[in-house]
Structures are given as C-alpha cells and as structure tokens.
Write a protein that binds this ligand. Structure first.
Ligand code: F6P
Length: 356
C-alpha cells in the first residue's frame, strides 16, 4: 500500500500526533506499506517535493508540536490559477499522485485545506482528511485537534494577566486567535474567568463594554479583564459590506481591534488599559493530553478507513465517536459559535458580559 501525507495551512500542536496515529494504525495491519511525506503542504505535492518515510520517522513524535513535514498556506482560490511559470497546480498535484501510484492521500488541515482536499477528490484522487485547527471552526466535527492545546495556552496567558491585573487598577485586554470565529476566546475566556468576552459572532457595542467596566468599578473590583477574539467586530462595523469595512479599517491606525478598544476605554473612562496579544504562541508547544488522545483516535480511525478504502471523507469526532463525514457535505462550511447557544447563555447568567 502506498500512502501520501501532507500537512497544510497554519500549524498546530497535534499534527505530528495525528500523523503518528495514522501510520501506527496502518503499519500494524498492512504488510507492504510505503509512506510518502510531501513537504510544506500542497506546495510539496505541486512541485514534487517529497520523501519516502518509514514508520520510524513517526515514532517519538506524539508530544512534539509543529509538523515534521512542514506546512504552508496555499489559498484555495489560487489553486486553479497557474503559478508564475504557468504551471497548472491541480494537474501537477494529480500527476505527482499518479506518478507515485498512491492508493490514498492523507491531508491534515483546516477549512481552506479541506476545500482543496475536496477539489482533489472531485478530480478523482482518493482522499482522507483530518480536521486540524486551533480555531475549531470545521463543520461536521465537534472538535478539531489543536483547539484544546490552544485553549490551555490562551487560558494560561489570561491567568497570568489576572494576577498582575489584581495589583493595578487597570483594564487588561487579551487578544485571542480564532480567525473569523470565537470558539477559542469563548473557552479560554470562561476557563480563566474573564469579565468581558467579545466574539465575532456577537457584535459588540462600546456602550455595553463601558457599562460592564463601570459596574465592576462600582462593585469595588479594581480591574477588568477582556478576552477579545481577533475577529471581534462592533455592531456598527458588522453592518458594513466587506468592501466598506476594509476601506474603513485602512483609514484606522490601530493594529488590531484590541488596540482600538483600549483607546476607546481609556478615552471614555480615564482608566489605563493594557493589551496583550499572545499570537502564534497559541499554536506552539506540546499537544495537551486531550489532543494526544483525540489525534490517536482520529489517526487510527483514518487508518481503518484507508484499509477499508472508504475514501473521500473527513475523519470527525461526533458525540464522542469517530465518524467518517463525506467531504462534499462539509467543504466550504464554517462552524461558528451560536450566540444563543447554551454556553453563551450560561456564561451570561454568571455575569460575563459579551458586550452586546
Ligand atoms: O487558523 C489558525 C490561525 O492561527 C488563526 O487563528 C489565525 O487567524 C491565523 O491562523 C494566523 O495565520 P498566520 O499563521 O498565517 O499568520
């Protein structure tokens, strides 16, 4: 059996753990196994940059962050656009797949990666996709690997801010990754006891934020902590078209939404405000135990699907069970936080403000 494997898009802590799960699941059950690792995501598949790996390459990597194959961003919308030398990328990927006579290509990645995986499936390749991203925004799976490891890091950051915030009468903002969705901010915000949580799915009003800060002041609390998603947006801005918003943001001098909020808070309340942006730290380090288990299960389930030739699927986790979900049903869809969902309602009941 000949398997190709690649990791694409932004990395996360548990990519190696997931690849190890696939390879262990196959190598214990398939006699003549060849694994071709493509380097730097789809780039390796397009330009034929690969190496024949053995199962020992995947040994000892359960706890190692990053990806032994490297990764890169190859936007889906550019996949059908020839490269600077006129190379047809889709044809190039197909031709490398057929040249190596692969039985299947295992693709680990997030939303954009999944769209290209589905495109390759439509082109006739045998594909298995594994859902990776700290953003947890892949439709059709309850959880993606990387998410819980990133929650741990973002929570640690907010915990550290908590102790210093308690020493000063200040407002602190921690900006959490998550692209266009608020899962990571919601979970790390609740886990760390943030006072205000701002998510892209719940556009904020500056007035409500100020009201929440004032209420804490009046209650004798010396500080306020905001967990702000990098994609958080005001009610006013959420009404603009993509184009109008881009035009407006280009005129603003704030590097991110958190700095804009900090300026507004200090201007309106006179309280000093500090911003912390942990950024790519949230994708770094070792996968947490939850992710190690998740990746071992998803990886082993992927191996099972490959042995049964059940291609064209994402290996998902649904209600605690691994499940094969057809790529055509999920590619291009986003899983967002439900503003009226239980977790938001429960957080609100505990007095957490969502700035709405
Ligand atoms: O998708 C994962 C993610 O870390 C997002 O949370 C973030 O918006 C983005 O990637 C950052 O991308 P890059 O690594 O290309 O800066």
């Amino acid at each position: 059996m000949k398997i190709g494997m690649l990791t694409s898009g932004g990395d996360c802590q548990a990519l190696n753990a997931a690849m190890r799960g696939v390879v262990k699941g196959l190598s214990h059950n398939v006699r003549d196994l060849e694994i071709y690792g493509f380097f730097d995501g789809y780039k390796g598949l397009i330009y034929g940059n690969y190496r024949l790996l053995t199962s020992s390459d995947f040994s000892g990597i359960l706890t190692r962050g990053g990806t032994i194959l490297g990764s890169s961003r190859q936007p889906f919308k550019l996949m059908k656009v020839p490269d600077e030398n006129g190379l047809d990328k889709v044809q190039a990927m197909k031709s490398n797949y057929y040249k190596l006579n692969l039985d299947c290509l295992v693709i680990l990645g997030g939303n954009g990666t999944q769209k290209t995986a589905n495109l390759l499936r439509e082109e006739g390749l045998n594909i298995i996709h594994l859902p990776k991203t700290i953003d947890n925004d892949i439709y059709g799976t309850d959880v993606t690997f990387g998410f819980y490891s990133a929650i741990n890091i973002a929570t640690d950051v907010i915990d550290c801010i908590h102790t210093t915030a308690a020493s000063h009468n200040r407002v602190f903002i921690v900006e959490v990754m998550g692209h266009k969705v608020g899962w990571l901010t919601l979970y790390s915000g609740v886990a760390s006891g943030a006072d205000i949580i701002l998510l892209p799915e719940i556009p904020y009003s500056p007035k409500s934020i100020l009201k929440a800060i004032k209420a804490r002041e009046e209650a004798g609390k010396g500080f306020t902590i905001l967990a702000v998603a990098e994609g958080a947006i005001s009610k006013e801005d959420s009404k603009l078209s993509k184009k109008e918003l881009a035009k407006k943001l280009a005129k603003e001098s704030h590097p991110t939404v958190s700095y804009k909020l900090a300026n507004m808070i200090t201007k309106e309340t006179g309280i000093e405000c500090r911003v912390t942006v942990p950024g790519h730290m949230q994708r770094g380090g070792s996968p947490c135990p939850y992710d190690r288990v998740l990746c071992s299960r998803l990886g082993s389930a992927a191996a099972g699907a490959i042995m049964e030739k059940k291609y064209g699927n994402m290996v998902a986790m649904v209600n605690g069970s691994t499940k094969l979900v057809p790529l055509e049903k999920v590619a291009g869809k986003l899983k967002t936080v439900d503003p009226k969902g239980q977790m938001v309602e429960e957080a609100k009941r505990m007095g957490i403000s969502f700035g709405d």
